[in-house]
Each structure stands twice: as C-alpha cells, then as structure tokens.
Design a protein around this ligand. Structure first.
Ligand SMILES: [Zn+2]
Length: 317
C-alpha cells in the first residue's frame, strides 16, 4: 500500500497545433513520472487560447496519446467548458484589488514600454492603467477591457524539480501580466492555475519554454489562497538548426509518423534514448520504459532531432 500522498500528474495538449515528436517527449516524461510513483494522470485539453480549434482536434489529440500508450484516469477535461470557474477566480482577484482593468492595445504597450530584459519575453508593461481600481471598469464603455495582475518588482524563488532553484524577477519578465483578455476569455496563466488546483495536480511537468510562466502562476496561487504544485521544466526538442521544433523542420506530427507506418516502440526507443534511459536507440514498449525512468538522467540541453534519427525509426520525410 502506498502510504504517501498520491502524485497527480497531467497531460495538457493544446489542440491548435497537432501534436508532434517534441510534445510526445514531454508527455512521455510527465506520464512516466506520475506512473513510476504510482500516481494518477489527468488529461486536460487547453483549448481556451485557440481562436480556431478545428473540429475533431480534441479527438485527434486523444488519439495521439492513445497511440503512444499514455493513458489517463480523469478527463479529458476541456477548458472551454470551465469558463465559470475562471470567472469566479477573476472575481476573487477583483475583490482584492490585485487586478485592474487595462485598455491598452498591444501597440500601446509596445510603443511606451522599455525593452524587455529577457530576450524571449515581450515588452515590460509600463503600468499605464495601474492607477485604476477594479470598479473603474464601470466607466469604461468605449474600449475592450483586459484585466492585469499587479506584481511590482518582486523576485520569486521556487525549486524546480529538474532545474533546481530558480529565481525570476516579475518585473523583468514583463511586469503586470494579463489574467483576462480583452476578448473576454481567461489568459493561460489563470486558467491553468484554476484547473491544476481543481484537479489536485501535484506535479506539473512541461517544456522549459514555460519557465517564465511559473512565477506568474505562483503569484496567482498565492492570491487565490492555493498551494502550488511541484514544477518541473524539461528541455525542449529542437531541429538541427537549434530552433524549437516547428513546421520548418519538416512534418513531425505524430499522425504522420503513424500513417507512415512507424512503430510506436521505435518512437519510444528514440525518445527513451534521448532521455538517457537507454544506451542505444532500439524499439521498446512503454511498460519496459517505466522501470528505466529517471528524471535526473535527462540531458540538460535540448534534444536535437535530425532527419537521420527519424530515418532510423523508419520515417522518411
Ligand atoms: Zn493598460
């Protein structure tokens, strides 16, 4: 009998872009981590950010996961069906005056902001609307309103399960951030905090492009009186040019591999080898990978996926 607290991990595909080999590696790590601790897995479809979710996209994301053999205990939970919960969280933030209505357009922010401190982050919000109180929204009738979280110049420290101690300054990563978009939908940061709490997720494993989301989410957990999960950010898969895996690197969608007749064991062998769990690239079943799983053996640098590696598993682009 497991006497410790149950680990609950999650798989959170976004159905806008089809799932590719890079996503598969992150899902595999997240799934193996939860299962190797006898944990549960929640499947959540992050469709809120998508202006255009194609019909059948949710089903095809599930199909990709099933092909990989990654099962789940709860879900799929679909974000667009949970708007009332995000709205309630926004109202709690409004009641605390931690958020304020912002009417700046993207161009306004870019024009008046100082250059970002971090290369991959957007401009730092200059605080134009921060003198407003939540109730001022009643007087704004001529422009769409977004809601921004007040954050000041605080540095957030957290212990990343892969990267170790991380320190990030909220101002340097963009300052006051949007929790509710002017389009009338919750921003990613708010939705995932509400969801991970609602589904009692204890470990969040995701790509390290989301490291700078974590301090923002920690601030939201705090404001909502919730306990944050353990955050684990793993390196991404990149193309031979060192850039994040994308269309320009050829079609690495799982659906294409499947249709080309690539055996899932071959893909798992490639991914397992890339994570340091196998000495060499050879086909392996998911159940056989489970006892080999170790977070610590995953290389710190991004995994470079080349055409040659894909050819070795029988995929010729
Ligand atoms: Zn503003």
């Amino acid at each position: 009998m497991d006497t410790g607290a149950t680990v609950i991990g999650r798989l959170a595909p976004s159905p806008t872009g089809a799932q590719h080999v890079g996503n598969a590696r992150t899902y595999l790590i997240a799934w193996l981590s939860a299962r190797s601790q006898n944990g549960r897995v929640v499947l959540r479809i992050e469709d809120i950010d998508s202006p255009r979710v194609k019909a059948g996209a949710v089903e095809s994301a599930c199909e990709d996961l099933r092909w990989l053999g990654l099962d789940w205990d709860d879900g799929p939970i679909v974000q667009t069906e949970r708007l009332a919960y995000y709205q309630a969280a926004l109202e709690r933030l409004q009641a605390q005056e931690i958020v304020y209505p912002c009417t700046c357009t993207r161009t306004d922010v870019e024009r008046s902001a100082s250059a970002p401190h971090l290369e991959h982050e957007g401009p730092i919000y200059p605080g134009t609307c921060s003198i407003r109180r939540a109730g001022d929204v009643a007087y704004i009738t001529d422009r769409p309103v977004a809601w921004r979280m007040r954050v000041g110049n605080e540095t957030i420290a957290y212990d990343d399960g892969f990267r170790g101690p991380v320190l990030l300054n909220l101002h340097e990563i963009g300052g006051d951030f949007v929790v509710w978009k002017s389009a009338g939908t919750p921003a990613y940061q708010l939705a995932v905090v509400v969801d991970d709490d609602a589904h009692k997720v204890t470990e969040v494993i995701r790509g390290d492009d989301l490291v700078t989301s974590t301090p923002r989410q920690i601030v939201l957990y705090r404001a909502l009186g919730l306990a944050p999960p353990r955050f684990i950010h793993v390196p991404l898969v990149v193309g031979a040019d060192g850039r994040r895996l994308a269309k320009r690197h050829g079609d690495t969608r799982l659906q294409m591999l499947r249709e080309a007749g690539v055996a899932v064991e071959s893909l798992l062998g490639l991914l397992g080898w890339s994570c340091g769990w196998l000495d060499q690239m050879k086909p392996i079943g998911l159940r056989d990978l489970l006892p080999r799983f170790q977070l610590g053996s995953i290389p710190r640098q991004p995994f470079v996926l080349t055409a040659q590696l894909l050819e070795k598993i029988g995929y010729h682009r």
